[in-house]
Design a protein around this ligand. Sequence first.
Ligand SMILES: Cc1cc2nc3c(=O)[nH]c(=O)nc-3n(C[C@H](O)[C@H](O)[C@H](O)COP(=O)(O)OP(=O)(O)OC[C@H]3O[C@@H](n4cnc5c(N)ncnc54)[C@H](O)[C@@H]3O)c2cc1C
Length: 410
Amino acid sequence: MSGKRIAIIGAGPIGLEVALYARLRDFEVVVLEQGTVAANVRSWGHVRLFSPFGINSSEWGRAAQPAADLPATEALLTGAEFSERYLLPLSQHSLLQGCIHENTRVVTIGKRHFWKGDAIGSRSRLGSPFTLLTESASSGEELIEADFVLDCSGTFGNHNWLGDGGVPAIGERQLSKRIDYCLPDIAGKDRSRFVGGRTLVIGSGYSAATAIVALGELIQQDSATEVFWLTRKATDTPLATIDGDTLRGRVDLTARANELAANPDSQINWLKASCVRQIETDDDGNIQVTVEQVTIEENAEQGGSTCKVVPVDNVIANVGYHPDRSLYEELQVHECYASQGPMKLAAALMGETSADCMTQSSPATDTLKNPEPGFFILGAKSYGRDSRFLLRIGLEQIQSAFDLIAAEAA
Ligand SMILES: Cc1cc2nc3c(=O)[nH]c(=O)nc-3n(C[C@H](O)[C@H](O)[C@H](O)COP(=O)(O)OP(=O)(O)OC[C@H]3O[C@@H](n4cnc5c(N)ncnc54)[C@H](O)[C@@H]3O)c2cc1C
C-alpha cells in the first residue's frame, strides 16, 4: 500500500485511530479536521462515558503510547479525560507528524473527471483520484487528491429540529442560538445560566437524562430552579430500562432520571406525549414555548390535544443528530431512507433487535461497502441518525475497511 494516499475527514476518536492504523500500513495520510483534535468529545468533556477505556481504545493506539501513561482498561473516563489522556497523545504520535490539518473543513468530495452519474457502480471510478475541496482561514480554498477517502466526520455538529415530526417548531430557526442542542455543563461552567431559572428539556435519551439529573442537583442547591421535561411518547417512564444492563453508570442515570420525573416534589415536571409547536420571545426577550400534549388515559375517548404556554429561561433540545450528506453529494453513495446511514450497514442495523447497544453484534465487513469504490463512511456517521453507535464498533470497522481497501487495491 506504500504510496497510496488516504484522506480522513475528522480527527475525532475514529478518525485518529484510522490515521494511525493507515500510517502503520505505510499509506500516505492526510487528516482534515474542521476544528481541533477531538473537538466533539471535548465539547461534552464534562460527561462520563458509560463504556470503559479498554473498549473505547484500539490495541494499536494503546501500543503506540507508553503503558504507564494510559488509563486503566476498566476506567470510566469523562470526555475531557479521554481526550487529554488518550486522544491528544495519539494525535501527537511521531507517525502522525504533519498529517493532521486542524481548522480545515472539507466542503465536498468528488472524483477527478468523473461526474456523479458516470460509470455507475463501476470499478473504473477507482482508477481516478478523489478530489476534496477544503477551506481554511490560513489557505482559503484548496483541492486535495486521494486514492481512498474515509469519512469519519461524525454527526454531532448537525442537530435535529425539536418540533413535531422533526420539523422546526414555529420560531425555532430564528431562536436557535438560544437553544442548547448539545450538552451544557450544568454543574460547571454553564451553571449560572440554569441555577434559579426555568429550563425546558426535550428528549428521552441519555443526553436528556444527563441534563435532568444535573438540573435535579441544582434544584437541591437553589429551590427557585424549575424544570419541564418533555418527551413525545406516552410511556410509563421517560427512559426505558434495559433488562440485565451491565453498565453501572447507565443503570444509575436511568433510575435517577426516571425517579425525578415520577416524584411530584422534585420540581421536575414531566410532560409526556407532548411536542413543541412554537417558540417565541415576549417583549422583554423571555422565551415562551407552546407545548401540545395529546390527551391520554381518562380523556382517551375524546381524543385530541391541549396546548399551553410554558415560559422558560433555557431550552435544552437533546433530540439527536444527523449526518452531513453534502460532503458526498457528488459521489455514488446508497443511503438508507430512514437513518440516512449507508444502506448496507443500515439494513444490517435494522435487523439488530437488542435494546442494549452494548450487546449489538458487529456488522459484517461487506456492510461498509458503497457503490462508490474507495469511499467509506466510518464511526458515528456510519450509523446515520441511529444513536446506537459505540466506539468498540468503530474500531472494528477500521480493520474491516482496510480489508476492503486491500481487496479494492489488488
Ligand atoms: C455525550 C456522549 C456520550 C457518549 N458516550 C459513549 C460511550 O460511553 N461509549 C461509546 O462507545 N460511545 C459513546 N458515545 C458515542 C460515540 O462514541 C461518540 O459520539 C464519538 O465521539 C464518535 O466518534 P467519531 O470519531 O465517529 O465522531 P466525532 O467524535 O463526532 O468526530 C468527528 C470529527 O469530524 C470533524 N468534522 C465534522 N465535519 C467535518 C468536515 N466537513 N470537515 C472536517 N472535519 C469535520 C468534527 O469537528 C469532529 O472532530 C457518546 C456520545 C456522546 C455525544
